[in-house]
Structure formats: structure tokens, C-alpha cells
Design a protein around this ligand. Sequence first.
Ligand code: FAD
Length: 300
Amino acid sequence: MKISEILNSRPLTASCEIFPPKKDADFAGVQHAAEEIAAIGPDFISVTYGAGGGTSRNTVKIASHIERWTGVTALAHLSCLSSTREEIAAILQELREREIENILALRGDRPTDGAPVGNHYEYAYELVREIRSAGDFCIGAACYPEGHIECPSKEEDLVHLKQKVDCGCDFLTTQVFFDNSVLYSFLYRALAKNIDVPVLAGVMPVTNAKQIKRICALSGTSLPPRFRSIIDRFGDKPAAMKQAGIAYATEQIIDLIANGVKGIHLYTMNKPDVARAIFDNLSHILREIDGLPASVREQL
Ligand code: FAD
């Protein structure tokens, strides 16, 4: 099913994200994690594509596995910076053959090790345009409530975002943020620029302090003092950090829902227990506003 249809038909959606295996030996483990997350009942599961400008041949395979074996809609990420037009065309063909209808169109990060990138694509809007003309896909793209790290200003970033949306995006998913007021301000500013496609709020339950410091340094995401205190206090105590991270993300989501946000995207990566804990924490809220697929609501 197209994610645009899901977003149109439901008062609230909750989706999860996983990353594909880097090595084929890890394939079964990722499949298993995906199945466990699917069993929790997200509206869709997204599957990332490489990192640091890399590619991933396992993204489509994992997305296909999710749709075939769990019945949950999959969103395949696809980045273009390191690809040629021929490679992108081949991946689109594979997605068509596997009947995957949803793509998150990305530029990809510039490699930090100075590795060369391709010269076929410079920005994600070019990929969005290409996918739009290549067939009947539902297309998502990334957006940055705090501005993309390479862009000199948030204002300019929004101009580029508008261009990307105008090329054919059906929805946007935000970069992770830890202060909801950052998202609310972004939503106002985006609407003022006539960016009116649905925006899914990206929430990350932080379970690993080191990892989040790295992610924030790379992406420019800010850590509000309240969250920094949690990391300072519990960062070297894994069980406590996990509990605090889940609690913080739960509170963030409750505030988002209370303020009318209609799409929550959970960066739970390949951790079904974390996804399960968040969904359990929200079960009454999700049931109250019909925010879970009927099959899952009945199990609660
Ligand atoms: P773009 O939209 O092209 O923007 C990149 C930069 O270029 C921005 O600074 C923008 O302002 C600027 N820009 C855009 N258009 C123009 C223009 N016409 N002229 C001048 N400047 C312009 N990375 C992966 O490798 N794999 C993934 O699976 C992945 N998933 C992600 C999912 C989400 C929800 C998010 C938020 C990010 C994800 N990323 C992923 C990271 C992403 O690839 C990086 O953030 C990357 O640096 C930018 O990608 P983009 O698609 O936003 O690029």
C-alpha cells in the first residue's frame, strides 16, 4: 500500500526504522528483528540505504521480506550521491518487480573519508524528479527542523526543501530532534513556504550515549539541557540509559500527539524490545485515537 494512502486514511500513524545488514552473514538476524518489529503493528517500516554516501544492495531485499512475510508496508530508502543514473534505474526496476511502492529519496551524506562520489546527482530533488517520472511510486524525502548541517541558514534550507517537494514528494520525514519546540517552529515556517505535504516527526529513543553524541555531532542536532543531564547521569550505565531514553522518547511523543502531530517515525533501528516498550507505553493513547491498525488494536 502507498504510504500516502495510509497517511490520508488514519488519524495518527506510527512507523519504525531498521537498517539492513552490512554483511550477508547478518541477514537472518535483521530479518528476524524486522519480523518482531512488524508484529508490534507499525503502520510501515522503513529500511535505510547505506550510510556515509554508500549504497546497499540489501535494502530492497529486506523491504521485500517485510512486505511478503509480515504484510506490513515497507519504505525503501534510496540515496543517489554515489550512484549513476543506470544504477538508480536498475534499483527502481527491482523495486517495481518486488512490488515495493514507497521510496524515501535521499542525496546521501558526503563520505567523510574523502572517497569519491558520483557525478550524476548533486541533490535529492534530482532523484525525486527522476523517481516521479519513472513510475507510480509514493515518494518521501528528508527534512531538517534545525536546518541541514551543510546549509548556511534554515531559511535557505527551506527554499531547497520547497524545491524538493515541488519535484514530487508525497511526504517528509524529519531528522531526529530532542526538543519538540524545534519541530513546532519548523512546521510553522514550512507551512509559511507552502510546504504542505504530511511531515512525520522523527523520534529516537536513545539507548546509547556515545552513539547519540556522534549522531548529533554529524547532523548538527542539538541536545536540550534536560536531555543532556540524562546522558551525563546515565550515559555509562546501559540499562539505566535505555530506560531513561525510552521514557524521554515516550514523553516527547505524547507531547507531539497532544499538539496535533499526526505522524510519528521511530528511529528504533534494529531493536524490537525498544519499539515494543514505546508502543506499550503509548497503547492507551494510540487506542484512544485510533492510532493503530485494527488487527493490533484488538490484541491490546
Ligand atoms: P538534499 O535535500 O539534497 O539536501 C542536502 C543539502 O543540499 C542541504 O544542505 C540542502 O539545503 C542543500 N540543497 C538542496 N538543494 C539545493 C540546491 N538546489 N542548491 C543548493 N543547495 C541545495 N542517509 C543515507 O545514506 N541513507 C539513509 O537511508 C538515510 N536516511 C535518512 C532518513 C531521514 C529521515 C533523514 C532526515 C536523513 C537520512 N539520511 C540517510 C541522511 C541524508 O542522506 C543526509 O542528511 C544528507 O546529507 C542529505 O540528504 P538529503 O536527501 O536531505 O539531501
